[in-house]
Ligand binder design. Structure first.
Ligand code: MTE
Length: 394
């Protein structure tokens, strides 16, 4: 495996769709044009955003591939992909969202550090794999366990890839054992994405999927699982992917004062329009996505054409012909986004806004300045675009 720096490290990257907008080439970070997201409820693999911290590793000897499960556990084990495939298979439709989604808009308030993303560092896929709760039973940890007899409370995932933030070491993250052993949390060791084996960019041969949680915890290219007493001490848990107050800067930051981000807040974005638009007609369709973390469904999406003075409610849908309800018990795909759509009459110069409300009545904040943070994470402020009625094609 080549190192992590210099162009040689990136000489074996997988092929990628040319429509992707590249935000960083090495490591490869790219998102589709925003309009692609609303063309299907399930995002095609080639258009799904790619978020890498180092070269995409090659795991080619699948016969010898093993996931080692060890640490504070009774029966440590090495599992082959076949062992994992023998467990009951689950297909979970879940939206994966990078905590840095919509960072570019936040950076317009004041500079932030991180890869610039528009509104498409997000995608919805059907992940096929074994439940982590079933895998952990193989090493003697029962369902719904919050601790192991030897004091294990966290499940740490270590990957095959190498990244500079870990000084050339592997990407890592952890989740609490309680979430890992809960069948309802639907945490997967996924080997398929949209019915196909995972491709290299998305973690072949095996990745973790933690539904409802920022993408950073869904470790790709899984190498090992350690049961630990403390949460993972790696860079991406302790010195990144935390949210600070707007007053915190690079001189006064104290990383240990905040916990690693997990569930993401309620989010929505308009995908049928760019930031600035000129249209011929006074009627347009405003369409986009909305999603909330922790399995909370979307109760409502409001759209305004006058910058938020008046609102209309958009229709929400997941699958055609299945009425959508945010109710947990009847919900369609609880971990997945909804797409929304509404036709509106627009005045001469319109500021179109979308905001979503989740089933716990959480609502997106109006103003990005109140949630500004130096790493530019979790920009969930109202999404606004401008539309002028003019003669765009002349
Ligand atoms: N896992 C590994 N091993 N290496 C990574 O760089 N990036 C994380 C997560 N898992 C990452 C990883 C981040 S920040 C996100 S948002 C998601 O993977 C992106 O997954 P995707 O590229 O499949 O969209």
């Amino acid at each position: 495996m080549p190192g992590i720096r210099g162009s040689a490290a990136y000489s074996h990257e997988p092929p990628r769709d040319p429509c992707l907008k590249i935000n960083s080439k090495e490591p490869f970070n790219a998102e589709p044009p925003r309009s692609v997201l609303i063309s299907s409820y399930v995002t095609p693999v080639e258009f799904f955003y790619k978020r890498n911290h180092g070269p995409a590793p090659i795991v080619d000897d699948i016969e010898r591939y093993r996931v080692c499960i060890f640490g504070l556990v009774e029966n440590p084990k090495e599992l082959s992909l076949d062992d994992i495939r023998k467990l009951p298979r689950y297909d979970v439709t879940a939206t994966l969202q990078c905590a840095g989604n919509r960072r570019t808009a936040m950076s317009k308030v004041k500079t932030v550090k991180g890869v610039g993303w528009d509104v498409a560092a997000i995608g919805n896929a059907v992940w096929g794999g074994a439940r982590l709760a079933d895998v952990l039973e193989l090493v003697g940890i029962p369902k719904l366990a919050a601790t192991t007899p030897s004091g294990g409370k966290h499940v740490e995932f270590t990957s095959v890839d190498r990244c500079k933030e870990e000084n050339g070491g592997p990407y890592k993250a952890s989740i609490p054992l309680k979430r890992a052993t809960s069948p309802e949390a639907d945490v997967l060791l996924a080997y398929e994405m949209n019915g196909e084996p995972l491709n290299r960019d998305h973690g072949y041969p095996l990745r973790v999927i933690v539904p409802g949680v920022i993408g950073a915890r869904s470790v790709k290219w899984l190498d090992s699982i350690e049961i630990t007493a403390e949460e993972c001490q790696g860079f991406f848990m302790q010195r990144d992917y935390k949210m600070f107050a707007p007053s915190v800067n690079w001189d006064n930051i104290s990383w240990p004062t905040r916990r690693p981000l997990m569930d993401f807040p309620v989010q929505s974005a308009i995908c049928s329009l760019e930031d600035v638009n000129v249209v011929n007609d006074g009627k347009i369709v405003v369409a986009g996505y909305a999603v909330s973390g922790g399995g909370r469904g979307i109760e409502r999406v409001d759209v305004s054409v006058d910058g938020g003075k008046t609102w209309v409610e958009a229709s929400r849908y997941q699958k055609p012909d299945v009425p959508y309800t945010a109710d947990d018990d009847v919900c369609c795909d609880k971990w997945a986004w909804i797409l929304f759509k509404v036709e509106v009459d627009i005045p001469q110069n319109a500021e179109i806004v979308a905001k979503a409300v989740d089933m716990a009545a959480n609502v997106q904040p109006e103003d990005v300045t109140v949630i500004w943070n130096l790493r530019g994470v979790l920009n969930t402020s109202w999404h606004k675009v401008e539309v002028q009625v003019g003669r765009s094609n002349l």
